[in-house]
Each structure stands twice: as structure tokens, then as C-alpha cells.
Design a protein around this ligand. Structure first.
Ligand SMILES: *[C@@H]1O[C@H](CO)[C@@H](O)[C@H](O)[C@H]1NC(C)=O
Ligand SMILES: *[C@@H]1O[C@H](CO)[C@@H](O)[C@H](O)[C@H]1NC(C)=O
Ligand SMILES: *[C@@H]1O[C@H](CO)[C@@H](O)[C@H](O)[C@H]1NC(C)=O
Ligand SMILES: *[C@@H]1O[C@H](CO)[C@@H](O)[C@H](O)[C@H]1NC(C)=O
Ligand SMILES: *[C@@H]1O[C@H](CO)[C@@H](O)[C@H](O)[C@H]1NC(C)=O
Length: 435
């Protein structure tokens, strides 16, 4: 641009001179003077032109070298990749020159090094390497009253000295003597324990030992969970078969007198007092173990007119032989057998309770029947189960505690004439509980 302007100016100078020379002929001296002036002008222009040219060359060279630099830069214009620090994050992905990345540390960690770094012209990052360091929450000695601080990631917890509780062991634990005056009676005793607290991101979190829960009003104390109350009507079945006893931090099942808690801790099993000498039955008595207790029984043979009975075994009486032609005697039962059954209350019915069989039946007919009063008939019936066997059936459930008696008679007949009668007396001890 500069060059072309200089040329145009020079040409215009020639044009203005020539017409002047054609109109009026100046003197030789005047012409020589003018030529000298033009010559001077031209050489000045030439110098100026050369100078411009030189400047232009320089500029072109500069541009050239700059352009060259630019092409090398595009081939490698990024800084090396920066990774996010362990336990932290990196914001910004670009690694190009002039771009910035920022670093953040996870909660509980503090940033060490540069928070942000720039990709420099030198293709290196500004600043220092960034790391995230676990903050020692204990460094401020947050646990009071001799508590020991335990540093955890992003939190700390205090292990309090005896007599102190709370997140920072700031609260005295009620003791049995101090408690009476400072706390209502219901919140003292083994059913109240101090909580274990920790501070997470500025928020206090308190936990309790198993079986305890934060009592609601303050997080310092844990109160015992009443499992018995909580699972009273549990869908998955009751906690205990009989009774549930709440204990500090737990519960246990208890059983009524005469029962022992089973190994699983839930159920009750009957104690066999007869086997464990826990009975006071005398020598001439028999001990009958029942559910929840025992019975002392004494088998005495019946006293029936015209017949005498003798005990042939602890549970059996047999009639002495009758005098010949003593019909009254021969009509009496040949034997009495005694049986004692222990059953639980509300036993489902109908069910077979007892079977009577004739070992060596004589005659052509065996007959089974139920003796006894109304009570027996309300609960029992007798059925034949095969040719020589009759069975005593319970027809309605019985609520205990109770004892029921039923007599089953078996008769042997020959052409409708009675040959023998045999009585089986069944005594049923029904327990109070259904277990
Ligand atoms: C690009 O830069 C990286 C790191 O600055 C270097 O390791 C690599 O050799 C360079 N590549 C070229 C083609 O110059
Ligand atoms: C009941 O169980 C406890 C513990 O299992 C045992 O020590 C005790 O002897 C038992 N009592 C009876 C009467 O069996
Ligand atoms: C056994 O002891 C109980 C009380 O423990 C008493 O009621 C009962 O009469 C006694 N039985 C006998 C046979 O002594
Ligand atoms: C049965 O015994 C009663 C009294 O013990 C007696 O009076 C009666 O005569 C006896 N009957 C027979 C058939 O022996
Ligand atoms: C007896 O048992 C039946 C089911 O077997 C039950 O529905 C009923 O409630 C029980 N009765 C009592 C008094 O426990």
C-alpha cells in the first residue's frame, strides 16, 4: 500500500511538468534547475520506496515465521492429562492452552496444592499437584471430660470416660443416686443407657446398643426396647409360647410352674416331676406325670357285694373265684383295669383316647359300652374298631385344668348269655394350658 502510493505521487509530478514545457518554452537554466529538482525528488522517492520495500520484507518474514509457529502449535497444543485426586474430583476436561481445571475434595478431606490450574503456553499446568488429605477431625480435641477421640473418615466419635455421655461426652450419665433427683424414675435403671454419638458433616448421629433405642426427647440416652410389647401380636407368631419378660436390652420367655423353657428359649416343656423326685407321692401311691404337674394315685380294688377282688398288678384288680352257683358274684366284673392319661387342655376332637382288646375272647359275641354318668357321656363315646377291639373316643375338647373319668366295659357273651365282664377305668388329667 505504502509502495503504490509513492509511485502514483511520482507519476503525477511528471504530468504536471510536461504540459507546462509544451505551452511556454522556459530558459535552458530554468529547465536544468527543474530537472535537478525532479532528480532530487525521484531519488528521495527511490529511497523511500526501498525503505518501504525493506520494511515490507521484514513484515512478510515476521508473518512467515509466525505462521510457521502456529502450525507447530496445532499439532501439540494441549497440556498433559491431569487426573482427579484420590478422594476428590476434577472439574473441567479441556487440556488446551488457556483453559482451567478445578479440583474439589470429598467431604472429610481437605485440599492440598492448587485449587485450580491453567494450561500454559509452555504446555504445562500452572500451580502444584492437587491431593485430598483426610481431615483429622480429632485435631480440635472435640471430646470433653476425658473422652477419647476416634478419627473416622469425615467424622469422629468420642469414647467417653465413665460417667459421661453424648456426642462430645458433654453430658453426665445419671447414676443411681444422682438420677433420682435429676430424672424421673422411669428413665433410670438398667433400662436406660448412654448413647454412642458421632458427628457426620456437622450433624450428630447417636446409636444405641442392641435392644435399646433413642428415647426421643434427647439423643443422649437410650431406652430399652420392650420386645414383649413390640411383638405382642406379631404376624410371624408370638415371641414366647407362654409369657414374655422384658429384660434390659432384650427379653426372655418364661413358663408356668411345672414347665421349663425349651432350649430354643421360646417354648415350654413339661417337667417330669415323677422322674426327678420333685413329687411328694408316698410309697403306696403312684406318681402320674401330667402337663404342668403330677398326680399321686393309689389303686384300690373295688368293694362290691358278693365278690372280692385282689390286686394282681399295680393297675389291675381281679375277682376272686366265685362260689359255685353264686349268681350275684358271677354277675360282677371279672376285672378292673386302671389307666391314667395326661392330656393338654382343649385337645382337638374327635380322637381316640384308649383301646380295649380281648386277648383270648371266649363266646360268640364281644360287646363294648361306655359306663359312667353324664359327664362321661358329654365328652366320650365308645366305638368298635375291629372284631376284638373297642375304642374310647373323645368327642368334644375339654378345657383344663380338669380330670375326667370314663369306664369302658367289655362283655363276652355266648348265645346272649354273659360269660364275663371286664372294666377299664380311664382317668384323664387335663392340663391348664394347651401345651
Ligand atoms: C506433545 O506434548 C507432550 C507433553 O507436553 C509431549 O510428551 C509430546 O511428545 C508432544 N508431542 C509432539 C508431537 O510434540
Ligand atoms: C429347667 O431348665 C434349667 C435350664 O435348662 C435346668 O437347670 C433345670 O434343672 C431345669 N429344671 C427342671 C425341673 O428340669
Ligand atoms: C404334696 O404337696 C402338696 C404341696 O406341695 C400338697 O398340697 C399335697 O397334698 C401333697 N401331697 C401328698 C400326697 O402329700
Ligand atoms: C350277696 O351278698 C349279700 C350281703 O353281702 C347277701 O345278703 C346276699 O345273700 C348275697 N347273694 C347271694 C346270691 O349270695
Ligand atoms: C381351642 O382350640 C381352638 C382351635 O384348636 C381354638 O380356636 C380355641 O380358641 C381354643 N380354645 C381355648 C379356650 O383356648
Amino acid at each position: 500500500m505504502l509502495l503504490s502510493a509513492a509511485i502514483v505521487t511520482t507519476l503525477l509530478c511528471f504530468c504536471s511538468l510536461l504540459p507546462a514545457s509544451g505551452q511556454d518554452c522556459p530558459s535552458r537554466q530554468e529547465i536544468q534547475g527543474s530537472l535537478k529538482q525532479v532528480q532530487k525528488l525521484l531519488s528521495a522517492h527511490e529511497a523511500s520506496y526501498l525503505q518501504s520495500l525493506h520494511n515490507l520484507k521484514k513484515k512478510i518474514n515476521l508473518l512467515h515465521s509466525n505462521a510457521g509457529k502456529q502450525t507447530t502449535r496445532t499439532t501439540n497444543s494441549t497440556c498433559p492429562k491431569l487426573d482427579a485426586p484420590v478422594n476428590g474430583r476434577k472439574l473441567g476436561k479441556s487440556q488446551s492452552i488457556g483453559h482451567e481445571v478445578h479440583f474439589l475434595c470429598d467431604p472429610g478431606y481437605e485440599l492440598v496444592g492448587s485449587e485450580s490450574r491453567v494450561c500454559q503456553e509452555s504446555l504445562t499446568w500452572s500451580g502444584q499437584q492437587t491431593t485430598c488429605r483426610d481431615i483429622n477431625e480429632c485435631s480440635s480435641s472435640p471430646c470433653l471430660n476425658g473422652g477419647t477421640c476416634v478419627d473416622e473418615v469425615n467424622q469422629f466419635s468420642c469414647v467417653c470416660a465413665k460417667g459421661w455421655a453424648g456426642a462430645t461426652c458433654q453430658s453426665p450419665v445419671p447414676t443411681s443416686t444422682a438420677a433420682a433427683s435429676t430424672l424421673p424414675a422411669a428413665t433410670t435403671g438398667p433400662f436406660v443407657r448412654p448413647s454412642r454419638c458421632s458427628i457426620v458433616q456437622g450433624t450428630t448421629h447417636c446409636t444405641c446398643e442392641p435392644g435399646y433405642t433413642i428415647s426421643g426427647r434427647d439423643s443422649v440416652t437410650c431406652t430399652d426396647i420392650d420386645e414383649c410389647e413390640l411383638f405382642h401380636n406379631g404376624q410371624a407368631g408370638r415371641l414366647c409360647l407362654h409369657a414374655c419378660v422384658n429384660t434390659p436390652g432384650g427379653y426372655r420367655c418364661s413358663c408356668p410352674v411345672g414347665y421349663n423353657v425349651t432350649r430354643d428359649g421360646r417354648s415350654c416343656k413339661d417337667i417330669d416331676e415323677c422322674a426327678t423326685r420333685q413329687n411328694n407321692c408316698t410309697k403306696d401311691q403312684m406318681c402320674i406325670n401330667t402337663y404342668g404337674g403330677f398326680q399321686c394315685v393309689r389303686v384300690e380294688c373295688p368293694k362290691i357285694p358278693n365278690a372280692t377282688y385282689v390286686k394282681t398288678s399295680p393297675m389291675r384288680c381281679e375277682r376272686n373265684p366265685c362260689p359255685v352257683d353264686n349268681k350275684a358274684c358271677s354277675q360282677t366284673p371279672n376285672s378292673f383295669s386302671y389307666h391314667y392319661l395326661a392330656v393338654v387342655s382343649n385337645l382337638s376332637a374327635p380322637r381316640v383316647m384308649f383301646r380295649v382288646s380281648a386277648l383270648r375272647p371266649i363266646g360268640d359275641t364281644l360287646r363294648f359300652s361306655l359306663l359312667g354318668g353324664k359327664q362321661a357321656r358329654r365328652h366320650f363315646t365308645v366305638q368298635r374298631s375291629d372284631r376284638v377291639t373297642g375304642q374310647l373316643m373323645l368327642v368334644t375338647p375339654v378345657q383344663g385344668p380338669a380330670s375326667l373319668e370314663a369306664e369302658v366295659e367289655m362283655s363276652e357273651l355266648e348265645k346272649r348269655v354273659q360269660l364275663g365282664r371286664y372294666i377299664t377305668k380311664v382317668t384323664m388329667f387335663v392340663s391348664q394350658y394347651e401345651f
